[in-house]
Ligand binder design. Structure first.
Ligand code: TYD
Ligand code: MG
Length: 470
């Protein structure tokens, strides 16, 4: 007869359960992440035999016309509305993750206070800060007078009782899910069991009451929202607040959204008086550019539906090491290795004896393959010690064959570049032609070799460089 397991070992990294303790989680290979937790319900499946006979559900038609339409409301922040796909959906649950100090509490306090100021019922539960601290921050943000209801407690039972006491709020913010604890559970706050149970109870409340719920989640050192992935499955929308602590820019990115696209970003700037929304992001990422320096190329990118111009910087220097260094910030390092191989094999430029550094200015992370041409131009400009013309933008994907492939939204990118004063674009020859007057001069590339036609000639060669390679 199988023994009824009452104790489970739960991985604090991925949420997997095991019947026995082990040094390494079998699911995610994390070391020392298994912690003994009391299982309230027993292992899955054990309760099946005891389950009552189910009742017959009433089936609805997908095409129901009398269903109430989903009515979003604006969060009062255009950037947050953009990322969520047009505003906050009543009854939905949103999880917002990010490194400590990135600005999650600042953003949510501002949003909640602004909504409260416009007559919506907003509740803010802080398990991390005392009321005085929150009030101090509200003063800095200039929203101290807003009729926002605030409570500093981390006991889930108290929070739920408070929520159920008044009329259902429009917006509930819980900062953060890792601080909550439930009386009956024998686990520390922040453990998988606590986080899972607390999130479940709060999401259930949101669905039943029609209140929109926003949970703040901490992230682990490798950038995942701490606790089980399960919380990400429970909520409707997952947003990550990212940015580089050394830069004032903050980017809000959706990784999951049941009510909209996930490729939109919101851009903010952390200032002395809180987060400022940045409607024109390109202006934020370009101004410090040193156009006369070799190795700088402007990439005409797209984030979601929004064009974004960013500078890609490359530095190529002779290497003193047997295995030359490759370091990338803001771009995929595999993509750089691929690009270097393509430049070597298809364009005859070898980086084998060079250290290569590539950086996306402003702390932005680019994931578009369309940045290939800009990165290649920056690399070639650096190895040839010749600056690119300052009035050019670059875009296009480079295939392993060396062919330059068309990318989407060419017109949108060119319009943005023209708005910011650029005169010409180096782009795939196969790029879709514009319907109206062209905003920029087009310099088309069919193959990565064609880049040489649009680059300035190499400057005087430096000692230690191989003349054939440039
Ligand atoms: P916070 O919202 O507390 O971060 P999180 O909740 O994600 O941990 O942000 C704190 C940081 O923001 C802190 O390092 C200081 C900075 N900040 C400003 O620069 N200006 C401001 O007006 C505020 C409130 C914070
Ligand atoms: Mg905080």
């Amino acid at each position: 007869m199988p023994r009824a397991a009452r104790t489970l070992y739960v991985c604090q990294n991925c949420g997997a359960t095991a019947a026995r303790w082990a040094g390494k989680c079998a699911a995610c290979n994390e070391w020392n992440s298994l912690i003994e937790e009391e299982s309230a319900t027993g292992p899955p499946g054990s309760g099946l035999a005891a389950a009552k006979k189910g009742r017959v559900l009433e089936l609805e038609s997908l095409a129901a016309t009398n269903a109430p339409s989903m009515r979003r409301f604006s969060s009062g922040s255009a950037e947050l509305d953009r990322v969520t796909g047009g505003g906050i959906v009543p009854g939905s649950a949103l999880l917002i993750g990010g490194e400590p100090g990135i600005g999650k509490s600042t953003l949510l306090l501002e949003v909640a206070a602004r909504l409260a100021g416009r007559g919506r019922r907003a509740l803010y539960f802080s398990g991390e800060e005392a009321a005085a601290q929150v009030r101090l921050r509200a003063e800095r943000l200039g929203v101290a007078q807003a009729p926002l209801a605030l409570a500093c407690d981390s006991n889930l039972a108290n929070i739920l009782a408070t929520l159920k006491a008044g009329p259902p709020p429009d917006l509930v913010i819980v900062d953060s899910i890792q601080t909550l604890w439930i009386d009956g559970l024998e686990a520390a706050p922040g453990t998988v069991a606590q986080v899972r149970a607390a999130a479940q109870a709060l999401v259930r409340f949101a669905k039943a009451s029609g209140s929109a719920l926003v949970l703040v989640g901490h992230v682990t050192k490798d950038g995942q929202i701490a606790g089980p992935k399960l919380v990400e499955h429970m909520v409707d929308t997952v947003l990550y607040f990212e940015g580089d602590r050394g830069h004032p820019y903050r980017i809000l990115r959706a990784t999951k959204n049941r009510f909209g696209a996930t490729d939109e970003i919101g851009v903010f700037e952390m200032a002395g008086e809180g987060l400022r929304e940045v409607a024109n992001a390109s202006e934020l990422f370009l101004p410090e550019r040193q156009a006369s320096a070799p190795g700088s190329a402007v990439f005409a990118g797209i984030e979601g539906t929004r064009p974004l111009l960013v500078e890609m910087q490359a530095l190529v220097v002779p290497s003193g090491l047997g295995t030359p260094r490759r370091a990338v910030v803001g771009w995929d390092s595999n993509r750089l290795s691929m690009l270097l191989a393509v430049l070597d094999a298809r364009a005859g430029v070898s980086f084998a004896t060079q250290d290569v550094y590539l950086n996306v200015a402003g702390g932005l992370k680019i994931s578009e393959p369309a940045a290939d041409v800009a990165a290649a131009a920056a690399l070639l400009s650096s190895i040839r010690q010749a600056a690119l013309p300052a009035d050019r933008v670059f875009l296009g994907e480079i295939a392993l064959s060396g062919a330059v492939r068309a990318v989407r939204h060419t017109q949108l990118r060119l319009k943005e570049a023209s708005k910011l004063g650029f005169k010409a674009a180096v782009l795939p020859a196969a790029a879709e032609p514009g319907a109206e007057r062209e905003p920029l001069q087009r310099l088309g590339l069919a193959h990565v070799r064609d880049l040489f036609d649009v680059l300035p000639p190499p400057a005087r060669l430096q000692r230690g460089r191989n003349p054939e390679e440039v």
